[in-house]
Design a protein around this ligand. Structure first.
Ligand SMILES: *Cc1c(COP(=O)(O)O)cnc(C)c1O
Length: 496
């Protein structure tokens, strides 16, 4: 099984080649040429219920990473999930609170769900380098809305044969998120704030990626670009595992029988997480609905309701769930490609329209395929109200992103009466967004994000993740800030 571009060029590549390149040469995203189905039959799901997370990963990853052999997959899984990088013994615990199950994906080193994939990506990439006989140094270019950057830095720090450059919106991330990035250690790490928002950072990075002149300039110095963003299939494929895992955990705990349908609620920004769930459904995981939850940047809610993706005159809002402050959701392109019947020409037209007219409308055929999704959004008031309600009623503390999802789910349940068991994908530790979470549960304001972490821990007794302790006392190693127009120059300086 090979990977092809969403923009229609004929060229197909192996999984390891797609991981190495990150993005296709025609600026499209790599997708599997076909999906191996039906794969997840009820008998298999029953068996999965007895497995650990790493065991499940070993079973599932080869279905989509077909040119990695069992030994290579085993090395990757061991390095990522069996070497003490996750503080929870289950890797991703599932807990019940209110009317839903919460799939906690934030027990990795940087306390956000990005660790699930970014702890394995460096291993997948290192194996890919060896398989492809690559001799250049791989330079990972990463745009971040706050969490990807730190998880990628942590994953790639001091990995031989790699350099990593991260761009984050200087005023668009939480204090804890920023501090996590600018204190990053490792001789191959480079971090820059940009004067702009996440969309600017992502557009700038994609531009560098697909600029042939810049690529040959760096090639001459022995560098080749790749990506740690969810445009890289090496990010997406490992995320499929935890959807199957969550399902298996519900079977294990007797909440469902193998074959019963469930719903997933996903706090969404770049559409990577929820798309991995959709791939799991294509592998025949029994999912009824994917509920796509947005914050006030609700372009996806409107798109799912109307079939029109419109960012014209839509203001970019900085919210208390900054990792979802995104208007151009990259991975939607992949879904549209599959739903169009692999029509690269149509996707090229839609993406060109988005660039030039800032909007596009999809065909009836694509719209029909969107029926797997329901869209909803929560504003900052509803988000904080949800945090408070779950804390007071269930003693369950959640972060602002997860609360957007919980809020959208509660509204969805009321509106539709849908009582299908639901899993809310829980994407970050509440401590990463301590100021907003503290305010939500009624604590007085503190002088800094770090003082809020301490106060929140004292008030709730929920343990602070190891990676966030003592962060305010660490040395700043990456103070640099640049304009969007100077991103390429920043990379040049970093790679001198
Ligand atoms: C990245 C992120 C999201 C959004 O995930 P996408 O894959 O970009 O849709 C949601 N919540 C948190 C905490 C994140 O870090």
């Amino acid at each position: 099984m090979r990977y092809e571009s969403t923009r229609g060029s004929e060229h197909k590549v192996t999984a390891s080649c797609a991981v190495l390149r990150g993005i296709a040469e025609d600026k499209g995203l790599y997708v599997p040429e076909r999906i191996p189905a039906p794969f997840l039959k009820p008998s298999l799901l029953k068996m999965f219920a007895e497995m650990t997370y790493p065991e499940l990963a070993r079973k599932l990853l080869p279905a989509l990473l077909t040119d990695y052999n069992a030994n290579e997959i085993d090395r990757c899984v061991r390095g990522a999930y069996e070497s003490g990088k996750f503080s929870a013994p289950e890797v991703a615990p599932v807990r019940k609170a209110g009317d839903a199950f919460f799939l906690e994906l934030y027990h990795g080193r940087t306390a956000a769900f990005k660790d699930m994939a970014l702890s394995i990506l460096p291993y997948l990439l290192t194996e890919a380098v060896a398989k492809q006989g690559e001799t250049d140094t791989i330079c990972i270019l990463t745009a971040t809305s706050g969490d990807t950057g730190k998880a990628a830095l942590e994953g790639f720090a001091d990995v031989p044969g790699t350099e990593i450059c991260v761009f984050y919106p200087e005023t668009g991330v939480s204090e804890v998120q920023k501090r996590q990035m600018i204190t990053q250690e490792g001789a191959n790490t480079h971090v820059f704030g940009i004067r702009g928002n996440f969309d600017d950072a992502q557009t700038g990075v994609k531009k560098m990626f697909t600029d042939p002149t810049f690529a040959s300039e760096l090639k001459a110095k022995g560098y080749k670009f790749s990506s740690a963003n969810s445009i890289n299939i090496g990010r997406l494929v490992p995320q499929i595992v935890y959807y199957v895992w969550a399902y298996s955990q519900l079977v294990f705990h007797g909440a469902i029988h193998p074959g019963d349908p469930i719903n997933f609620v996903v706090p969404t920004g770049n559409f990577g997480n929820i798309l991995a769930g959709w791939y799991a459904k294509q592998l025949s995981l029994p999912v009824r609905k994917f509920i796509c939850a947005s914050n006030e940047n609700k372009v996806l809610t409107d798109f799912l309701n109307t079939g029109v993706y419109d960012i014209k005159d839509r203001p970019f809002r900085v919210t208390t769930s900054p990792s979802m402050d995104i208007l151009i959701s990259s991975n939607l392109e992949r879904l549209l490609y599959h739903l169009s019947g692999n029509d690269g020409g149509e996707i090229r037209r839609l993406m060109t329209a988005l660039e030039t007219e800032k909007r596009y409308e999809v065909s009836e055929r694509i719209r029909a395929g969107l029926a797997d999704f329901a869209g909803g959004f929560a504003d900052m008031t509803a988000t904080e109200e949800t945090i408070r309600r779950y804390w007071e009623n269930d003693g369950y503390l959640m972060d602002t992103h997860t609360a957007v999802a919980a809020s959208v789910y509660d509204a969805y349940r009321k509106e539709t009466g849908d009582r299908t068991p639901a899993v809310i994908v829980s994407t970050a530790s509440p401590y990463k967004f301590a100021e907003a979470v503290s305010r939500a549960i009624g604590l007085p304001p503190r002088e800094s994000g770090f003082a809020a972490v301490t106060a929140l821990a004292e008030a709730t007794r929920v343990p602070v993740p190891a990676g966030l302790r003592g962060l305010d006392r660490k040395d700043v190693r990456h103070p640099g800030v640049c304009d969007v127009s100077a991103m390429a120059e920043a990379v040049r300086t970093a790679l001198k």
